[in-house]
Design a protein around this ligand. Sequence first.
Ligand code: AMP
Length: 125
Amino acid sequence: MPIDATLPYDDQNIFAKILRGEIPNKTVYEDEWALAFHDINPQAPLHVLVIPKGGYVSWDDFSARAGAEEIAGFVRAVGHVAREAGLTGPGYRLLTNVGLNGHQEVPHLHVHLFGGRPLGPMLAR
Ligand code: AMP
């Protein structure tokens, strides 16, 4: 079920639990600002989620409330994961779902990184 991304951050969400080590994950990268791990239900040969370490519901929540260093650190981490996965040459897709129309299911900001095959046109009808 998609969530209402205008609600306050809820630290009982599944990605908050992953950040606290309460739920296992298949980590591909971690630094001061971000954690990247394999999606449990991959939609492409490579499907990684990159999340900020801070508690933000969505991209616009993050961009409004996070500090400049935190934003830079997170954006750099996404690029780092894509490069390290060898996706720069063949290309890849970044996606962030927000709220009801965006069909966001987990209320902690996450960037999906897809790669490993031609991904087709952007939107399913
Ligand atoms: P979204 O619809 O953008 O909120 O996407 C949520 C994503 O989180 C989906 O692609 C799920 O497969 C993924 N997901 C949910 N629980 C886990 C988990 N425990 N570990 C890794 N990925 C998860």
